[in-house]
Design a protein around this ligand. Structure first.
Ligand code: C2E
Ligand code: MG
Ligand code: MG
Length: 738
C-alpha cells in the first residue's frame, strides 16, 4: 500500500466508504505508547504530557526493559531514546523493525547527528525528535502517527471489503445459470462469464475480442442484428431477442437463448479500467438457455396442431393454412383446391385386423399421399379415416384431376399390414376457391359434400362440388329433421306385403315395410329416407318402432282370428341396429311382450352387415336363432360377391334380389345366376323367396326352378295392414269352406 497516495478526506467521502457503512470518522483508537528512556525525569515528563492528551503510556527505563514489555503486550508507538546503557536505542529499533513491524517508532535523542538520523530511518523509524523538544511537537508527531495508523486500518478494511466483494461478484457472475456478456460498440465481446464454456464449449478467451456474429446461427443473425442495433442511443430500453448459438464442437446441440440486453456507458465505474473509453456505449446482456423450454413449447405446439398418429397437420392447422393460402391467392389472383378424402370401408379393416393394424394402415396411407403433393400443399388428417388436402395455386381443375390420378395410382398398390394385403380406395370431393367458397369453413364443407355424394354413388371416386350438391344437402337436412318430427308426430305407418307359397298359392307370410305419411309430400317411399336414417343413426329408433308396431298388429290379429296363428312376419333390420347393445334383448322382449312365437318372426338383414364386426354379428344372430327366430338375407346377390359368409352367418332364408328376377322377360328366358343361387340355397338347406315377381312369365320361371315362395306385385303390392288382414281372412274363409 502506498501511503503517499492516501487522501483521507477523499476516502471518507467516497461511495465505497459509504457502501462500507462506515458513515462516521473512526473513533481515535486507544493507542498504547511505550516510552523507553534511561532518564527518569524525561520518562515522567513525557508521561505527564501524554496524560494531558489522554494518551496511555508505559515506561521502560532501558532498552532491555522496553524489549521485554514489547514481547509481553501489544504496543503501538515506541518513543525511543537512542543512548541507553546495555541495549541502546539502535538495537531496540533493529529488533522491533524485524519482529514487530506494526510498532511505529519515534526516536527522541539529544544526539541528533545526520548519521544517527539516517540509521534510524533505515530501521523504519517514523520520526526523529531532537531533545529537548517542544511538547506540542511530540504531541503533533504522535497525533500524526495515530491518524496514519487509523487510516491504514480503514484501508485494510476497505481492501478486504473490495476483495470479498470482488470474490462475490466473480462467484455470482461465473456461477450464473445464464451467459453474461458485454459487447463493445462494434459488437465485439469485451466480457463473457465462464458459463459460456459449460454451455457452448468455448473458453472465455475464444469469445472475448470476437464479434457476436461468429457465434449466432445464421438464420437468427438478422434478428440479433436488429435487436442490438435498436439499442443504439437508447439507454432506457431493454431489448429481448431469441437466437440460437453455435456450439464450439460441431456434433453438440445448437442451443437456443433468450437474451435481454441494455445499453451501458463503457466509462461506467464498474467496468475494468482497460475497457474505459470515454463517452462510448456498449451492450450489457444476459442470455438464458431456453433450449428445453423451446423444445417443450415446440412439442406442445406440434401436439396442438398435428395428428399424433400420422404427424400430419390436424384440422386446426389445416384451416389456418387455408386461410393463409386464401389471402395469398387473393393477392395474386390464384385459385386453390380444398379436397376431402374419406377412405372407403375403413371400418372393415379396423374390425377384422384390429385397431393397431388400422393405425398402421393410416400411417402408411399418409406416407403415400404425401409423396403425391408439393411442399406448398397441405395434407391433414381430420378424422379417423378422413384426410383433407389443400392445393395452393392451381391453374385449373385439371391440376386436381391429375393429382387424383396420381393418388389413385399410389393407393392401388396393396398395403401389406401385418402380413395381410389390404386394398384401399377413397371417396374424394373437391371445392375450388374462389368459386365454391370464400372461406375455409365453406370450402371444407363443400368438399365434404362432394365426397359424401360420391360415397352415396358407390364410393371410390372423385367429384367436384357443384351448386346442385348444395340443394341435395339441404334436401337431406330437411329429410333428417323431417324424420325426427315424423317419429314425434306418428307419421310412420306399417305396410304389409304378402309372401305367397308357390305350390298352394296361399299367403304364408308378410313383410313389414315402412311408409311415411308426410303432411306435405304424401306417402314417402322408404328408399327416399331409409339410407339417410341409416347414416344419421335415426334408423335405430325407426327400426324399434317398426318391430314393435308390426308385432303388436300381428298379436291383435291373432287375438281376433285363428287365420293368423301361423302367419310369418318378416321385419327389415339395418346393420347399425345389430350393432346396438340391446339388439337381442329388445327383440326377445318384444316377442315376449306380444306373446308371439319366435318361429313366427323373420329378420331380414342385408349383406352390408358384413361390413361390421363379424364375430359380434354372428354371435348375436346365433343367439336369436337359438330361440327359433329366422334370419333371412335380403336382396341377395347385390352386395359382396363372396358367398363364404353364407356358411358363417346363421341364415335360414335367402331372398333373391328382384334385379335377377327382372332379367326374365319372356318365356324361355333363363338366368344361370338364379339357378346357381337356388341350387346353393338348397345345398345349404335354406329357404328361398323370389323377390319382385311382377308377371306370369316370372311366376312360371320361379315355379320351374323350384323356388317355394314369392313376393311381388304379381300377387300384391305392399298395402295398409287392414287391407292385408281382409285378404288373409277371405283366403282363410275360402279354404275353410272348400
Ligand atoms: P326390401 O326389404 O327388399 O323390400 C322389398 C321392396 O321391393 C319393397 O319396396 C317393395 O315394395 C318392393 N317390391 C316388392 N315386390 C316388387 C315388385 O314386384 N316389383 C318392384 N318393382 N318392387 C317390388 P319398398 O317398400 O319401397 O321398400 C324399399 C326398401 O326399403 C326395402 O327393400 C327395405 O330395404 C327398405 N325398408 C322398408 N321398410 C323398412 C324398415 O322398416 N326397416 C328397414 N331397415 N328397411 C326398410
Ligand atoms: Mg326386405
Ligand atoms: Mg329385398
Amino acid at each position: 500500500m502506498n501511503e503517499k497516495n492516501i487522501d483521507i478526506e477523499k476516502f471518507y467521502s467516497s461511495s465505497l466508504y459509504k457502501k462500507m457503512n462506515l458513515n462516521s470518522k473512526p473513533e481515535v483508537k486507544s493507542v498504547k505508547i511505550l516510552v523507553a528512556d534511561d532518564e527518569e525525569l524525561m520518562r515522567d515528563s513525557v508521561k505527564e504530557l501524554l496524560s494531558l492528551y489522554e494518551l496511555k503510556c508505559i515506561l521502560a527505563c532501558n532498552g532491555r526493559e522496553a524489549l521485554d514489555i514489547i514481547a509481553e503486550q501489544p504496543v503501538d508507538i515506541l518513543l525511543l531514546d537512542l543512548l541507553m546503557p546495555e541495549v541502546d536505542g539502535f538495537q531496540v529499533m533493529k529488533e522491533v523493525n524485524k519482529n514487530y513491524p506494526d510498532i511505529d517508532i519515534i526516536v527522541t535523542s539529544g544526539e541528533a547527528t545526520f548519521k544517527n538520523a539516517t540509521l534510524a530511518m533505515r530501521h523504519g523509524v517514523k520520526d526523529f525528535l531532537h531533545k529537548p523538544y517542544i511538547p506540542s511537537e511530540l504531541i503533533k508527531v504522535i497525533n500524526n502517527l495515530i491518524e496514519k495508523r487509523e487510516l491504514k486500518c480503514k484501508l485494510e478494511e476497505m481492501y478486504s471489503y473490495i476483495k470479498t466483494s470482488e470474490q462475490h461478484y466473480r462467484f455470482f457472475v461465473n456461477n450464473s445459470p445464464d451467459i453474461i456478456y458485454m459487447l463493445d460498440q462494434k459488437g465485439y465481446f469485451s466480457f463473457v462469464n465462464e458459463r459460456i464454456t459449460e454451455l457452448l464449449g468455448y473458453s472465455q478467451e475464444e469469445f472475448i475480442g470476437h464479434h457476436y456474429a461468429n457465434f449466432i446461427h445464421k438464420e437468427d443473425l438478422e434478428k440479433a442484428n436488429f435487436a442490438f442495433s435498436t439499442l443504439s442511443g437508447n439507454l432506457d430500453v431493454t431489448q429481448k431477442v431469441e437466437f440460437r448459438m453455435l456450439p464450439k464442437y460441431p456434433g453438440s446441440d445448437t442451443l437456443c437463448f433468450e437474451s435481454r440486453s441494455i445499453l451501458v456507458p463503457l466509462n461506467s465505474s464498474d467496468i475494468p479500467e482497460k475497457s474505459i473509453i470515454n463517452n462510448i456505449f456498449g451492450i450489457y446482456g444476459v442470455a438464458r438457455d431456453v433450449t428445453e423450454q423451446k423444445r417443450s413449447e415446440e412439442m406442445i405446439y406440434f401436439q396442438l396442431y398435428h395428428d399424433a398418429l400420422t404427424e400430419l397437420p390436424n384440422r386446426i392447422l389445416f384451416k389456418d393454412r387455408i386461410n393463409f393460402a386464401i389471402s395469398q391467392a387473393n393477392r395474386n389472383q390464384q385459385k386453390l383446391a380444398v379436397m376431402f378424402l374419406d377412405m372407403d370401408r375403413f371400418k372393415i379393416v379396423n374390425d377384422s385386423l384390429g385397431h393397431l393394424a388400422g393405425d398402421k394402415l393410416l400411417q402408411e396411407i399418409a406416407r403415400r399421399l404425401k409423396q403425391c403433393i408439393r411442399d406448398s400443399d397441405t395434407l391433414a388428417r381430420v378424422g379417423g379415416d378422413e384426410f383433407n388436402l389443400m392445393l395452393a395455386d392451381i391453374k385449373s381443375k385439371n391440376d386436381v384431376l391429375n393429382l387424383v390420378n396420381k393418388m389413385t395410382l399410389v393407393l392401388e398398390e396393396p398395403f401389406i399390414i401385418e402380413g395381410n394385403e389390404v386394398y384401399v380406395t377413397f371417396s374424394i370431393g373437391t371445392a375450388i376457391y374462389p368459386e365454391d367458397g370464400k372461406n375455409s369453413e365453406t370450402l371444407i364443407k363443400h368438399a365434404d359434400m362432394a365426397m359424401y355424394n360420391i360415397k352415396g354413388k358407390g364410393k371410390n371416386g372423385h367429384e367436384f362440388f357443384s351448386d346442385n350438391l348444395n340443394d341435395l344437402f339441404q334436401q337431406h337436412l330437411s329429410i333428417e329433421n323431417g324424420i325426427r318430427k315424423a317419429l314425434q308426430d306418428n307419421q310412420f305407418e306399417v305396410y304389409f306385403q304378402p309372401q305367397y307359397n308357390v305350390a298352394s298359392e296361399k299367403i304364408s307370410g308378410v313383410e313389414a315395410l315402412i311408409r311415411w305419411n308426410h303432411p306435405e309430400k304424401g306417402l314417402v317411399s322408404p328408399n327416399d329416407f331409409i339410407p339417410l336414417a341409416e347414416e344419421t343413426g335415426l334408423i335405430n329408433t325407426i327400426g324399434e318402432w317398426m318391430l314393435d308396431t308390426s308385432c303388436q298388429i300381428l298379436r291383435d290379429w291373432i287375438r281376433t282370428h285363428p287365420a293368423f296363428l301361423d302367419l310369418k312376419l318378416a321385419v327389415n333390420i339395418s346393420a347399425s341396429q345389430i350393432e346396438t347393445d340391446n339388439f337381442c334383448a329388445f327383440i326377445l322382449e318384444t316377442l315376449e311382450k306380444y306373446k308371439l312365437r319366435p318361429e313366427q318372426l323373420e329378420l331380414e338383414i342385408t349383406e352390408n352387415v358384413l361390413m361390421q364386426d363379424m364375430e359380434l354379428v354372428v354371435s348375436k344372430l346365433n343367439r336369436l336363432t337359438r330361440h327359433g327366430i329366422n334370419i333371412a338375407v335380403d336382396d341377395f346377390g347385390m352386395g359382396y360377391s363372396s358367398l363364404s359368409y353364407l356358411q358363417t352367418l346363421p341364415l335360414t332364408n335367402l331372398k333373391i334380389d328382384r334385379s335377377f328376377i327382372s332379367t326374365i322377360q319372356s318365356s324361355g328366358d333363363k338366368n344361370s345366376i338364379i339357378s346357381a343361387i337356388v341350387a346353393m340355397a338348397k345345398e345349404l338347406d335354406m329357404h328361398i323367396v323370389a323377390e319382385g315377381v311382377e308377371n306370369q312369365v316370372q311366376m312360371d320361371y320361379v315355379r320351374d326352378i323350384g323356388c317355394p315362395t314369392v313376393q311381388g306385385f304379381w300377387y300384391a303390392h305392399p298395402m295398409p295392414t287392414e287391407q292385408l288382414k281382409l285378404i288373409a281372412l277371405q283366403q282363410y274363409n275360402a279354404a275353410q269352406s272348400a
